[in-house]
Write a protein that binds this ligand. Structure first.
Ligand SMILES: O=P(O)(O)O[C@H]1O[C@H](CO)[C@@H](O)[C@H]1O
Ligand SMILES: O=c1cc[nH]c(=O)[nH]1
Length: 239
């Protein structure tokens, strides 16, 4: 049975889903990373492909940018399509001086300025965390086979409702607390996974740096430079 935002039957989507923000990256992942990928839904032009990876069924779908579409798609996937695990594969702006452009960040938690952290349980600011088993699978893969020159970091990220947030004080405060990068979806994904008794993880490629802008990626690179993150994300899904 189709949902308002996904137009296929339950069995058309695999239990394991890769979720970039960008729909063009989703199509590229289907074409280059999944075997025998077929288009199963294209509501509002957001294409979902299902194929397999290393013999295990896997789907790919874009979240769009930000909390609302991520929460909407993650909820429909978990609640109505039998999806068990979603791994976000995205880009992030570096916050910590330890990270540099093209490094990979595996997010174990997401701080946020979004209501997703407070709306699920009144008067409580939730800790929005990744699945431990997925995290362990991804970190094991990263430590076993990270390509030379690519550093992989594990730690919290900041999911912001605002891309153009001109608040260096917030960035400095988050940096002091060991926050690695800023992006816009992980808090929603982790919150929805908790709410739906499912699992989620985020693996990010550093596309730019908030305090050291030298070498920031172009728009084209942000669409195409995610190979290392993808291998690590798949290991998280398959763990
Ligand atoms: O590259 P994606 O996955 O879209 O992620 C990041 O890029 C977008 C902003 O440019 C936001 O969605 C942010 O989270
Ligand atoms: O949200 C994001 C994503 C990538 N780079 C940023 O600076 N912010």
């Amino acid at each position: 049975m189709a949902t308002p935002h996904i137009g296929c039957e339950k069995g058309d989507i695999a239990e394991l889903v890769l979720m970039p923000g960008d729909p063009r990256r989703a199509r590229r992942i289907a074409e280059t990373f999944l075997d025998d990928a077929r288009l199963v839904s294209e509501v509002r032009g957001n294409e979902i492909y299902t194929g397999s990876h290393q013999g295990t069924p896997m789907s790919v779908m874009a979240s769009g940018m930000g909390v609302p579409t991520t929460a909407l798609y993650a909820t429909e996937l978990f609640r109505f399509y039998g999806v068990r695990r979603i791994c976000r594969v995205g880009t992030t702006g570096g916050i910590s001086s330890k990270v540099k452009v093209r490094d990979v960040i595996i997010a174990n938690a997401a701080h946020t300025n979004s209501s997703i952290s407070t709306i699920l349980v009144p008067d409580v600011h939730l800790s929005l965390t990744a699945s431990f088993d997925m995290l362990r699978g991804a970190v094991d893969q990263a430590r076993a086979s990270a390509p030379e020159g690519v550093q992989v970091h594990v730690g919290p990220v900041y999911s912001s409702d605002f891309f153009y947030l001109d608040r260096p004080d917030i960035v400095a405060g988050l940096d002091k607390l060991g926050t690695l990068g800023v992006e816009m979806e992980s808090a929603a994904l982790f919150g929805c996974a908790l709410a739906e008794d499912a699992e989620a993880l985020t693996v990010l490629t550093v596309s730019d740096h908030l305090t050291n802008g030298a070498g920031d990626m172009s728009a084209e690179e942000r669409e195409t430079s995610f190979g290392n993150a993808l291998q690590i994300a798949a290991a998280g899904l398959l763990a």
